[in-house]
Design a protein. Structure first.
Length: 112
């Protein structure tokens, strides 16, 4: 089942919503399994992009900022099994300090 969600970063806060946004700043497209591997530290984002597993449309600079907005999970922490778990945990994992001055919408289009 494909999943589409987006989040807005503004005023050092995050708002996550399901579905598509009319005018995202960046759209990230990849398979759900690759996305989960990336979130869980099993797949490097740059390598995923270079091998075509990760496609980016829009502001490439925002893609580079993602790793600072959501720090890597600590070693030994349990893996996230579903995209919904990732979405539900975003507000707690969000690094507000890394979002200073940012006003952007990140769209994720994840396929089976």
């Amino acid at each position: 089942m494909a999943t589409q969600y987006h989040f807005r970063v503004a005023n050092e806060s995050i708002e996550v919503q399901m579905g598509t946004h009319a005018s995202p700043s960046i759209t990230i497209t990849m398979q759900e399994s690759d996305y989960l591997d990336m979130v869980n530290g099993k797949l490097n984002g740059q390598m995923a992009f270079m091998t075509g597993k990760l496609k980016i449309a829009g502001d490439m600079g925002l893609a580079l900022k993602l790793q600072n907005l959501f720090p890597a999970a600590e070693a030994g922490s349990p893996s996230l099994e579903t995209v919904q778990e990732v979405i539900d945990g975003m507000p707690e994992a969000f690094n507000a300090g890394a979002a200073k001055g940012m006003n952007a919408v990140f769209q994720f289009d994840l396929t089976d």
